[in-house]
Design a protein around this ligand. Structure first.
Ligand code: NCD
Length: 307
């Protein structure tokens, strides 16, 4: 098994077969992770560099650990501590990393399309770890993996995605990924945070969280992305959480065996009450664990492709 393309830039241009291949490989990687040794030679001699222009805890660390568990050389660069702060361009920074012998370059950038641009200028495989408001493909893949593990399937699931859809690359990647695998997606959020013409993706849009959550197998809450917003998209955080926050009452409308997800970081009391975030039906911790397995699979498949 290997991937067709040099880079992993977005779910939009992947097919169900490629997605399935990554999820299957991630299953084996999770077994390795749980086996406890956390050491495989799969990426021996390979170098993985993460280049992050935005903050991250989960995504960056999981790529780093995934690389290390598979025996790769792993290094990290953040914009604030690098020559980016001295005015170097993205392409020059990328090429510098490339010519040091990097095999996989993982990038997060505030501008949509930055990973695509970089990919055209480096020999290394580029992985998009979040570009602006565009895509976060590895997050969607770990979300699919978690749903499949918990529900046994993706096809036929009704997945409600609730909150700040406008600013969420997680939502966009999940909308593509879920529908490619046969799930239906129901969106709800303040009208000011719902992208225009999002229905054209095939997702159903509702004005209230109640309608989206009703009968859902999975409810995915999104973080309120205050750092990406100009003011005035909603009256107050209290109002947002009253209408679009997920709590026990709202979840009662979903299927009795509902699975609750959130990409993290969670604003407790805003998108989710602590009671539901920490409940048995919450998959938030599993999403994080699965993030390591899925990124191991992606790095492995990309590195193998090079051989
Ligand atoms: C997401 C991101 O950065 O897009 N976080 C993540 O990778 N788990 C979601 C978010 O920041 O809200």
């Amino acid at each position: 098994m290997s991937l067709k393309k040099k880079d992993l830039l977005g779910i939009k241009d992947m097919d169900a077969e490629e997605i399935g291949e990554i999820l299957e490989t991630a299953k084996s990687m999770k077994k390795l992770l749980l086996a406890g040794t956390k050491r495989t030679p799969h990426l021996q001699g390979k170098t993985v560099v993460t280049l992050f222009y935005e903050n991250s805890t989960r995504t960056r660390l999981s790529f780093e650990l995934a690389s290390k568990y598979m025996g790769a050389n792993a290094a990290n660069i953040t914009a604030s501590g690098s020559s980016v702060a001295k005015g170097e361009t993205l392409i020059d920074t990328g090429r510098t990393i490339d010519v040091m012998g990097t095999d996989v370059l993982v990038i997060r950038h505030p501008l949509s399309g930055a990973p695509h641009l970089l990919a055209q200028h480096v020999r290394a495989s580029v992985v998009n770890a979040g570009d602006g408001m565009d895509e976060h493909p590895t997050q969607a893949l770990l979300d699919l993996f978690t749903m499949r593990e918990k529900k046994g399937r993706i096809e036929g699931l009704r997945v409600a995605i609730v909150g700040d859809v406008l600013h969420s690359r997680v939502a966009r990647s999940n909308i593509w990924a879920l529908q490619k695998l046969g799930a239906s997606v129901c969106l709800a959020g303040p009208t000011t945070m719902m992208p225009r013409e999002i229905e054209r993706t095939g997702a159903a849009v509702f004005e209230t969280a109640h309608e989206a959550v009703a009968g859902a197998d999975v409810v995915m809450a999104l973080r309120l992305q205050l750092e990406r917003q100009k003011s005035g998209l909603f009256p107050s955080i209290r109002e947002y959480s009253r209408f679009f926050g997920v709590d026990t009452g709202r979840l009662r409308l979903a299927k009795p065996d509902v699975l609750l997800m959130h990409p993290g970081p969670v604003n407790r009391g805003v998108e989710l009450t602590s009671a539901v975030a920490d409940a048995d039906f919450s998959a938030i911790d599993e999403q994080v664990t699965n993030g390591v397995a899925v990124r191991m699979a992606i790095l492995y498949l990309l590195a193998r492709r090079e051989n």
